[in-house]
Design a protein around this ligand. Structure first.
Ligand code: CO8
Length: 258
């Protein structure tokens, strides 16, 4: 499929998605959200894909937020619809994808950009990255899950400070806060993302899918995460990947998962 606002490539079992609107610092307009949705849906369906790496084009920005010019004249109903649709098509969609998504944060991750990184399963950043939720400086609040996911990742106190000050933090502060897992020089960012992706590829895709579901269950109010864990644990037994994984251990060899 051809896209206007993103690029995609496949290298072995890793699928790369790059937001490609460098003139707008990769800001997310509706069309980009739709294309990201399509690309992620294809990656989910593609048997060859085991992990997705998501990044932004250029050296300045991962994603500098939702496209402010697109929503500047929206009213309440338009605003609600934009947020609800975006959450469903992209942010919740990523969080619930059965394959891990690694956000390689290569510069500004602001507003919807930080929300995109936070919806991803793993976040790493280049040392020039700046992260923040500046929405209150525009007269709105984070609308793509930021008020919820930032609190989950860094705790309520730090989330309140970052959101109410509309400030930006450095990559190293983000690492200290637990918002990103690793920080490296920009030229090493993709190599690190690939290293993590390849480690993931060595493991059972079926078990990873169950693990994502169980971890996410902790953050769903109406769901008992321990019950989901028990159910998903049980579902792994007897699967071809379970048989391969346990047999390989007993035979003292590395497992070969399809
Ligand atoms: N939307 C649209 N265009 C943008 C955005 C954006 N978020 N960010 C940057 N751009 C554009 C600029 O307008 C500029 O375009 P032009 O050259 O045509 O004027 C170009 O990108 C380059 O930007 P700057 O000249 O501003 O570059 P600087 O290096 O001076 O500054 C910054 C870089 C600090 C990143 C600055 O661009 C900035 O502050 N950007 C906005 C950041 C922001 O506020 N993000 C949050 C947006 S709101 C949001 O994400 C809400 C999410 C929830 C929405 C829910 C649905 C409503």
């Amino acid at each position: 499929m051809s896209y206007e606002n993103i690029t995609t490539t496949q290298k072995e079992r890793v699928h790369y998605i790059t937001v490609n609107r460098p003139k707008q610092l990769n800001a997310l307009n509706k069309a980009t959200i739709q294309e990201l949705h399509e690309a992620l849906k294809s990656a989910e369906a593609d048997e060859n894909t085991r992990v997705v790496i998501l990044t932004g084009s250029g050296e300045k920005a991962f994603v500098a937020g939702a496209d402010i010019k697109e929503f500047a004249d929206f009213d309440t109903e338009n605003g609600k619809q934009l947020a609800a649709e975006g959450q469903k098509k992209l942010f919740d969609f990523i969080e619930n994808l059965s394959k891990p998504v690694i956000a390689a944060v290569n510069g500004f991750a602001l507003g919807g950009g930080l929300e995109l990184a936070m919806a991803s399963h793993i976040r790493i950043a280049s040392d020039n990255a700046k992260l923040g939720l500046p929405e209150v400086s525009l007269g709105v609040i984070p609308g793509y899950g930021g008020t919820q996911r930032l609190s989950q990742l860094v705790g309520r106190g730090k989330a309140m400070e970052l959101i109410t000050t509309a400030g930006m933090i450095s990559a190293s502060d983000a690492q200290n806060w637990g918002l990103v897992n690793h920080v490296v020089p920009q030229e090493e960012l993709m190599a690190l993302a690939e290293k993590i992706a390849l480690k993931i590829c060595n493991n059972s895709g079926n078990a990873i899918k169950s693990a994502i579901k169980a971890v996410n269950a902790n953050y769903q109010a109406s769901v008992n995460g321990y019950e989901v864990e028990v159910a998903e644990f049980g579902n792994c037994f007897g699967t071809p990947e379970f048989i391969e994984g346990t047999t390989a251990f007993i035979e003292k060899r590395k497992p070969k998962f399809k």
